[in-house]
Design a binder for this molecule. Structure first.
Ligand code: UTP
Length: 408
């Protein structure tokens, strides 16, 4: 894109400040900025005005969960089906590690965080050890895809390579980068993270499948006969991945997606809850639960909206391909965004100062026709690390690891 074309595009989108320091840039920096302007979708910034206004939701109804008692009764059947699918190479795992982990506040990718006390135990290590349990039990390697972002790709790849993938087979690991979206102030004006670079951030965890396709990895899925992909968050150090029983249950129920869920510890706990929305699987956020929904009971007299998602889903590949072209809603999230101020200095704000634009996995689920919410025991499978201390923190995850006899 030429300078004149870039100027035109910026003018049309009210973003002329992007060129404020253009004359100070080197030729290479100028070329890089023009390219970034060319590639940036400024349309998404119009959504800044939607901050704080959730999108219109449909009619919610409870979605029955497959509870521990039923899983226990059918565990041999499920394990057999899941193990067979894994041994036939039909199951892959996909680690969502493109997030910025701002709440944890480390400059490194979240997976590089060491939660060990007497020895090094990295988050990535815990995850790979969990997956290795299944590899050892089934005698089959599971293709592990790892989604990074432009911001943390190099560090992630170098770290895992240096650590020999913590014992995972290197040719069974494939990295891919997710797409980025511009970040802006509350008026939708992009921030600059350098004098010659528009501030960007990863476009949300629903970016995983389209980014996989962009990287040509749908061809890998086909070539290897992969029919199911278990996506999971980087920060839950206890979760089971490609868990044969979960895989088997989802296949046995002929569902398009399986979702691991935990029983909520209070009606108003801050987790998203599996439900039906206009007859299709969906997730209702905790702040959208009305008192009536919190009081609603199922046939057994238990709370009807009682199971929270833990960002561990098993997606059917043909179903994903069917919905791949559907446009997902954009969520506007308020975040702290470092930026170059009017004096040309980099500012790292202490409080949120603008918007990022993300697509979320929960909207992918709503595009599908059927879902099995599959209950897991919270203390055994849910130890998310979002913060340094307090709720969902390094401290709370360490406690849970201790309870599960994991040496730290
Ligand atoms: P979170 O919603 O906890 O976001 O991500 P985060 O970026 O890691 O952390 P904060 O909010 O800045 O503190 C849940 C999971 O989704 C992944 C994260 O890496 C994590 O595994 N994720 C999130 C992506 O892969 N890409 C994204 O764009 C956002």
């Amino acid at each position: 894109m030429t300078f004149e074309e870039a100027k035109k595009k910026l003018e049309a989108n009210g973003q002329m400040h992007v060129l404020k320091y253009y004359d100070e840039l080197s030729d290479a920096e100028k070329a890089a900025l023009l390219q970034q302007i060319d590639e940036t979708d400024f349309e998404v910034l119009k959504n800044a005005k939607n901050l704080g206004h959730g999108s219109e939701r449909g009619k919610f109804e409870p979605l029955a969960c497959m509870q521990l008692s039923e899983i226990e009764k059918r565990k041999d059947e499920f394990n057999k089906i899941g193990t067979k699918a894994i041994q036939q190479g039909k199951v892959a795992a996909c680690l969502l590690a493109g997030g910025m982990g701002t709440r944890l506040g480390s400059d490194d990718p979240k997976g590089m965080y060491n939660i060990g006390l007497t020895k090094e135990v990295f988050i990535f290590q815990r995850i790979i050890e969990n997956l290795l349990d299944v590899v050892n039990a089934t005698g089959s390697w599971i293709h592990l895809f790892i989604m990074t972002s432009e911001k943390n790709h190099e560090k992630t790849v170098n770290f895992l390579t240096e650590k020999n993938f913590f014992g995972y087979k290197a040719d069974k690991v494939t990295f891919f980068k997710q797409d980025m979206a511009p970040a802006s102030d509350y008026e939708g004006k992009v921030y600059m993270e350098e004098k010659g670079r528009i501030s960007t951030s990863p476009n949300g965890n629903a970016g995983w499948f389209s980014s996989m396709i962009k990287a040509g990895l749908d061809k890998t899925l086909h070539a290897e006969g992969i029919e199911w992909v278990n996506i999971f968050a980087v920060d839950n150090v206890l979760q089971r991945i490609a868990d044969p029983c979960f895989v088997g249950a989802t296949i046995a129920q002929k569902a398009e997606v399986g979702a691991k869920v935990v029983k909520k510890n209070a009606p108003d706990e801050g987790v998203g809850v599996m439900c039906l929305e206009d007859g299709k699987p969906s997730i209702v956020e905790y702040y959208e639960l009305t008192q009536e929904m919190m009081d609603a009971k199922d046939e057994a007299g238990d709370p009807a909206y009682n199971y929270g998602v833990i960002l561990n889903y098993l997606f059917n590949v043909p179903a994903l391909e069917r919905i791949a072209k559907n446009e997902l809603p954009l969520h506007v999230v308020e975040k702290k965004i470092p930026f170059i101020n009017d004096n040309g200095e980099l500012v790292k704000p202490e409080t949120p100062n603008g918007c990022k634009f993300e697509q979320l996995v929960l909207d992918m689920i709503h595009e599908l026709d059927s879902c099995v919410p599959y209950e897991v025991v919270r203390e055994k499978e849910f130890a998310p690390i979002k913060n340094k201390t307090g709720k969902d923190s390094v401290e709370s995850a360490r406690e849970l690891c201790k309870k599960n006899n994991i040496e730290l």
